[in-house]
Design a protein around this ligand. Structure first.
Ligand code: GLC
Length: 575
């Protein structure tokens, strides 16, 4: 009970109850749906998804109730990191279509009232970008567009060495020698992704122009990629050994990264981008939103919100449900993770919940197939913006990808023995639309990554026919998000045991919602009377597929019998 009081106080401090009067903006109330374009829908039979494919499926997105789509990069790219290595920030890659296709997609989205969020990848370009090619040749003004440094000479061997011990995210030294220029360049990701130099004002201006280019084309916001990596220590000091004992000396996790991530200048640059984006919003009063990708310690992550006088992103993504539950998906851990975000948010901060993306294992494979609905309930019923990675609404699973089939540069760099520890291919396989050729993703039986063999039974079409399939549960959850209580209500969360988690969403004058879930492997009885504001009986509003409950069923608040993995959204009606 004490915990409840503390949570209540924190909610009040965070200002949640006052939100009752506030009109919320589109980026706050919507579900942000991430499309990985290579794997969503292939319209021309080349085995790779494309823009016209996305356009074909907009009705599905609309029908599901989703209000905003973030598309992973579709810019011109040699595809070393599948679009995150960009060779022209202002053009569309031919594999995805043309600029006309893009405009037509954007127009159709406007027509349907779906916001379009683009991926902005500022940390690096491709080594095939004209800027890099000119930089190698020291052609002005490009000479200092990238981070170029002389090597060191080993006094014993006389051999040339990188300037320090920094390690790239994809493994091995973060420095690559360029013979032509006679210097090393920094790449915090793949060798083919040279880091841009944000200490050069010309680079800052250049990337501001890129942002303006897309804003003028009518996009509604940006998901900003790999933000912590924008600046590095200008003294180029070595980083210290981390406490990850299992790491090899070539692994990124071998070192601490306080000299190569989250430097103070990074927050300033984010604030400058926010000003630029806000200028565009001021023109017509419609918000252009900025979402920050930062896997960082919580205190750093929160700094990406900025503050009320100098805002940063509209929100930094909340990855805690991904990163902090590796130690166990127990009710207590989930409660802690929820509180960790809510308690650390700066005043006025808007929460959000992410549980999957193209860089992390599928929910069904990470937490268990029987927990798909429970996890979607968490993400959708907690206060704030819900983020969904395409395929999570139907509970797609990781696909086994052999070493021979491997495409992800992070996995390739790790080598055959260790690639499975690093690979992101399993969560990137084609969307499973139906049980026809290539799961209805492509007419081509050969797709860029193989379709998961489970597509014959696990696909959208099958789930559309089934009343409480994962998809139907998901769609009910999206619809429920329009309730005032879910949008603006306070939050009380409590682990009732190791396995049972419950939370209450409450708003004066509106229905109270309760979410309860059994994360364990055995049947459990949940007693929700610990939340003293609830009536003696509750009505089932959304039952998970595996719960055995049905919509409209009345249950005793003191005694809810939950099979393993079962989850319910309940309503305690306002009278
Ligand atoms: C982000 C992307 C990831 C990419 C990396 C480099 O973390 O989500 O897919 O590899 O940045 O751009």
């Amino acid at each position: 009970m004490e915990r409840l009081t503390v949570s209540l106080l924190l909610v009040m401090l965070a200002g949640a109850p006052t939100r009752q009067q506030e009109t919320l903006d589109w980026w706050q109330t919507t579900v942000l749906y991430q499309i990985y374009p290579r794997s969503f829908k292939d319209s021309n039979g080349d085995g790779i998804g494309d823009l016209n494919g996305i356009k074909e499926k907009l009705d599905y997105i609309k029908e599901t109730g989703i209000g905003a789509v973030w598309i992973s990069p579709i810019y011109k790219s040699p595809m070393v990191d599948f679009g995150y290595d960009i060779s022209d920030f202002r053009d569309i890659d031919p594999v995805y279509g043309t600029m006309e296709d893009f405009i037509s997609l954007k127009d159709k989205m406007k027509e349907l009232g779906i916001k379009l969020v683009m991926d902005f990848v500022p940390n690096h370009s491709s080594d095939q970008h004209e800027w890099f090619k000119m930089s190698v040749k020291k052609v002005e003004p490009y000479t200092d567009y990238y981070v170029w440094v002389d090597g060191k000479i080993d006094p014993k061997t006389g051999e040339r060495q990188p300037p320090n011990n920094w390690i790239s995210v994809f493994g091995g030294s973060a420095w690559k020698w360029n013979e032509e220029r006679g210097q090393y360049y920094l790449h915090q990701f793949a060798v083919a992704q040279p880091d841009l130099n944000y200490r050069n004002p010309a680079v800052v201006k250049e990337m501001n122009d890129v942002l303006r280019f897309w804003l003028e084309l009518g996009v509604d916001g940006f998901r900003i990629d790999a933000v912590p990596f924008l600046f590095e220590d200008d003294q180029l000091q070595d980083e210290q050994r981390s406490d990850v004992e299992t790491a090899l000396p070539t692994d990124h996790s071998y070192l601490q990264h306080d000299l190569t991530q989250n430097l103070e200048e990074t927050y300033d640059l984010v604030k400058q981008w926010r000003q630029l984006v806000d200028q565009e919003s001021a023109k017509d009063g419609i918000t252009r939103a900025m979402m920050i990708e930062a896997y960082a310690p919580i205190e750093n992550t929160m700094k990406y919100y900025g503050n009320s006088s100098e805002p940063g992103g509209h929100f930094p993504f909340n990855f805690l449900l991904i990163t902090e539950l590796r130690k166990g998906f127990t009710a207590q851990n989930v409660e802690d993770v929820i509180n960790q975000w809510m308690d650390n948010m700066p005043p006025g901060g808007w929460p959000n919940w992410v549980v999957g993306n193209h860089d992390n294992k599928r929910v069904a494979s990470r937490f268990g197939k029987d927990l798909v609905d429970a996890v979607n309930m968490l993400v959708m019923m907690l206060p704030g913006t819900a983020v969904t990675y395409n395929g999570e609404e139907i509970g797609m699973e990781d696909t086994f990808i052999s070493w021979e089939q491997t495409k992800d540069p992070q996995a390739l760099n790790a080598g055959e023995e260790r690639y499975e520890l690093f690979t992101r291919d399993p969560e990137r396989t084609p969307f499973q639309w139906n049980d026809s050729t290539s799961a209805g993703f492509s007419t081509n039986p050969q797709t860029w990554l193989p379709v998961n063999p489970n597509y014959k039974t696990l696909n959208l079409e099958a789930q559309l026919l089934e009343p409480w399939s994962h998809y139907q549960v998901y769609k009910h959850l999206v619809a429920t998000r329009s309730a005032d209580t879910i949008q603006k209500g306070g939050l009380f969360v409590k682990a009732l045991s190791d396995a049972v988690l419950a939370f209450v969403r409450e708003l004066e004058g509106s229905d109270t919602y309760v979410v309860v879930m059994n994360l364990g492997k055995e049947r459990k009885i949940a007693d929700l009377t610990v939340f003293d504001s609830l009536y003696q009986s509750l009505t089932v509003h959304i039952p998970s597929s595996n719960s055995g409950f049905h919509q409209g069923q009345s249950v005793a608040t003191s005694k809810i019998n939950l099979p393993p993995g079962a989850a319910l959204v309940l309503i305690s009606q306002h009278q």
